[in-house]
Design a protein around this ligand. Structure first.
Ligand code: SMG
Ligand code: MG
Length: 387
């Protein structure tokens, strides 16, 4: 193995505002636009001297409602804690980022975005696609869509019909107490018995809801995602014993070690892998590998990413253990226009795995500038300046 040879010369943190095509409601709140933090790094290569650019996307939401992170906090921890460690580390590569930041607790989404930017730059510099780097051989992946909670069943069914018409091969429905059994029955009736269908509660239920959630068993769902609070691993294990539909964890899985424990305890029959939630794509691969070894099916989750994050997710989801369709819907599912020139599209219900060098996207720079709400530059001495 060659010694790592990249030096982070310069970092830019860019905030963009991306309106959603329609509000997206979950059990924890409604999103109408995304305030997204992008990371741009410039790496220099001691041998050649040319700087190479890479981009990462931080998946933290504007409020700490999905997980403890939020976008202002992610930006703060990057500037004041994470970046100083990376700048002072000397030559590195993407695999070094997580270990260099490991002594700082938490903040997986902020850490993941930094690792992602270094990875993108490194792959571009070595002219390698992310899929090739991962050893992923599939060239297309099945595309699932996540459908929010709607005010009425009629509106919900109209939305689901639209996604079925778009060709999505799997429907995921957000649920919460009071918007679950009846809506699931109506959607199952609409899409018929053969369309893969699953639900996501985003922690909205309690341990005592086992009998209620068992009522979902008759609808032949692929899984129930994160019914209980994220720290309630034993509760999920009990629910998994009580309910026939497999229990899948999302919010609860924040590391490979924790995932292994949840599986051992019987709390995680299926795993949703989200690189941001677990601290980066490389940890996501470790979780994939351990799930394959334990025969736990995995699928790739989504955080309403732009074309940057979605491209990387599509490559990750091409690994062989991703046997269930992920939340890798077309860019137009959430955004009228994306910040890349090659946004994710679906053909016959599938997404093409990117093959270009880097994470697999090409920025639409004029549009990126249009949606930019702020830019900060951070140099190797830690000086922050507004651009
Ligand atoms: O990116 O297609 C997407 C959204 C998938 O439902 C989705 N994500 O809990 O899995 C989840 C949610 C988290 C974000 S909700 C704002
Ligand atoms: Mg989820």
């Amino acid at each position: 193995m060659n010694a790592p040879r990249w030096t982070i010369e310069h970092v830019e943190l860019r905030r963009i505002a991306m309106p959603l095509v329609a509000p997206f409601r979950t059990s924890f709140g409604s999103q109408t636009e995304r305030d997204i933090l992008l990371v741009r790094v410039e790496l220099s290569d001691g041998d050649r001297g040319d700087a190479v650019e890479g981009w990462g996307e931080c998946v933290a939401l504007s409020e700490p409602s999905y997980s403890p992170e939020y976008v202002d906090g992610a930006q703060h921890v990057m500037i004041h804690h994470l970046l100083p460690r990376l700048f002072s580390a000397g030559p590195l590569e993407a695999a070094d980022v997580a270990p260099l930041l490991a002594k700082l607790h938490g903040h997986p989404m902020a850490k993941a975005a930094l690792e992602m930017a270094v990875l993108d730059a490194q792959l571009r510099a070595t002219d390698q696609s992310f899929a090739a780097f991962l050893g992923a051989e599939r060239t297309t992946i099945p595309s699932g869509v996540s459908v929010g909670i709607h005010d009425s069943t009629d509106e919900l069914l109209a939305a689901v019909q639209g996604y079925v018409d778009d060709g999505y091969v799997r429907i995921k429905l957000k649920i919460e107490p009071g918007s679950d059994i009846e809506q699931v029955a109506a959607v199952r009736d609409l899409i018929g018995p053969d369309t893969p269908f699953q639900v996501d509660a985003n922690t909205a239920y309690r341990r005592t809801d086992g009998a209620h959630l068992s009522r979902l068993d008759e609808f032949d769902l692929l899984l129930i995602e994160q019914p209980l609070p994220e720290d309630d691993i034993i509760g999920h294990a009990r629910l998994a014993a009580e309910v026939d539909t497999p229990i899948c964890l999302d919010e609860s899985l924040v590391s490979a070690a924790g995932t292994a424990d949840a599986i051992e305890l019987g709390a995680c029959e299926i795993a949703n892998i989200k690189p941001g939630r677990v601290g980066g794509y490389l940890e996501a691969v470790r979780i994939h590998d351990l799930c394959v070894a334990r025969k736990i099916p995995v699928w790739c989750g989504g955080m309403l990413e732009t074309g940057i994050g979605r491209a990387a997710n599509a490559a990750l989801a091409a690994l062989p253990g991703f046997t269930l369709p992920g939340d890798i819907s077309a860019s137009t599912r959430f955004y009228a226009r994306d910040i890349v020139t090659d946004p994710i599209t679906i053909t016959d219900g599938h997404v093409a795995v990117p093959t270009t060098a880097g994470l697999g996207f090409d920025l639409d720079r004029p549009f990126l500038d249009e949606v930019t709400t702020g830019r900060l530059a951070i140099d190797r001495r830690g000086t922050v300046s507004t651009l």
